[in-house]
Design a protein around this ligand. Structure first.
Ligand code: ZN
Ligand code: ZN
Length: 368
């Protein structure tokens, strides 16, 4: 039996309860959780905006220590510190062999089924399956994940902190450095300064962007963006961000704009704020039925580009350890992303704070 935060229905509090956890199967790993970040996507799942079969153990960002491994596992062993990747990969499909494991066929299928790769769950309640969010299910004292979702990190990595590398940092930094491939001196605007947006700010700083314009509706988040290297802060509640971005860029607009909220209206503003020949990168996850409305005239006549970015277009086994190195060298700052630490029983309260904008990231800690 392990304690977990289980979603039974849409728009109802998670139930903190004991569930059964089976042993890891072939190619699977049992992880004792140390820290799990509460991400806006968990809230979107709970609101029914991102579909998942229920009941399900939520949570997709986290870090822990390998407790036991199933047959055939070779890349990690008991005692290893791991960050959990919510895009494990099969290594054999079209996307995996063409270097885009973040789009893995098998992972996409399993994610919608709420299972592991073999189509079944390791969590059970009264003999019935309890699903896994994104093959991670980090809101539990212990979880079973695929071997390729357990990314071994250096032994001196503080797990409660580097937990945020597994979603916020890889998604935000990668969107800038890899999906967009922002070049030195480029101008960048980032719409939305939660955990992913603040990581995108840091990615733009790492890439040597000349202007990093942070846009949000909360001054507290803009202040954090400023601390992390944003050169200009725009409160979209007080001023029109598109007009302000044009003003800041001599009337042209930015080379790259990132939408990190999941709101189609804001995506359209991000598109409008890019210069002729500019690129708009969509990182925020909108509802499946949502539509994006932009000017096709501008798209062609101004030769703009719109790119989607999933998990920063990165390759977790290579890039997560690199991001941890950057964090431990102080070149990516994790602490400003972490507002508070909570226990698993406080997870519903932490969601409320997230929605009210009081917290960037709360980290569930498991006392070990
Ligand atoms: Zn997330
Ligand atoms: Zn694959």
């Amino acid at each position: 039996m392990v304690k977990a935060a289980v979603m039974y229905q849409v728009r109802a509090p998670l139930v903190i309860e004991d569930v059964d956890l089976l042993e890891p199967g072939p190619g699977e790993v049992l992880v004792r959780m140390v820290g799990a970040g509460i991400c806006h996507s968990d809230w979107s799942v709970l609101q029914g905006k991102i579909p998942i079969p229920v009941p399900a153990v939520l949570g997709h960002e986290g870090a822990g220590i390998v407790e036991r491994v199933g047959p055939g596992v070779t890349s990690v062993g008991p005692g290893d510190k791991v960050i959990i990747s919510w895009r494990p990969h099969c290594g054999r499909c079209f996307y995996c062999v063409t270097g885009r494991p973040n789009l893995c066929d098998a992972a996409t299928r399993a994610r919608f089924q709420g299972t592991l790769f073999d189509g079944t769950t390791r969590f059970k309640k009264n003999g019935r399956p309890v699903h896994h969010m994104a093959m991670a299910a980090t809101f539990a004292e212990y979880t079973v994940i695929p071997e390729t979702g357990a990314i071994k990190v250096r032994p001196d990595a503080p797990l409660e902190k580097v937990a945020v590398v597994g979603c916020a940092v890889i998604t935000g930094v990668g969107a800038v450095t890899t999906t967009a491939n922002v070049e030195v001196g480029a101008t960048v605007a980032i719409f939305g300064c939660g955990g992913v947006g603040l990581s995108a700010v840091q990615g733009a700083v790492l890439r040597g962007a000349s202007k990093v314009i942070a846009v949000d509706v909360l001054d507290s988040k803009l202040e954090l963006a400023g601390q992390l290297g944003a050169t200009h802060l725009v409160n979209a509640r007080r001023e029109d961000p598109v007009a302000r971005i044009r003003e800041l860029t001599g009337g042209a607009g930015v080379d790259y704009a990132f939408e990190v909220i999941g709101n189609p209206e804001v995506m359209a503003r991000a598109f409008e704020s890019t210069r002729r020949g500019g690129t708009c990168v969509i990182v925020g996850v909108a509802e499946p039925e949502a539509k994006l409305s932009v000017s096709p005239f501008d798209l062609v006549l101004q030769e703009k580009r719109i790119l989607g970015s999933l998990y920063g277009s990165l390759r977790p086994p290579v890039d997560i350890p690199r991001l941890v190195d950057l964090a431990l060298e102080g070149r990516i700052k994790l602490e400003p992303l972490i507002t508070r630490r909570v226990s698993l029983s406080e997870v519903n309260d932490a969601f409320e704070r997230l929605v009210r904008g009081e917290a960037v990231r709360s980290i569930v800690t498991f006392g070990g």
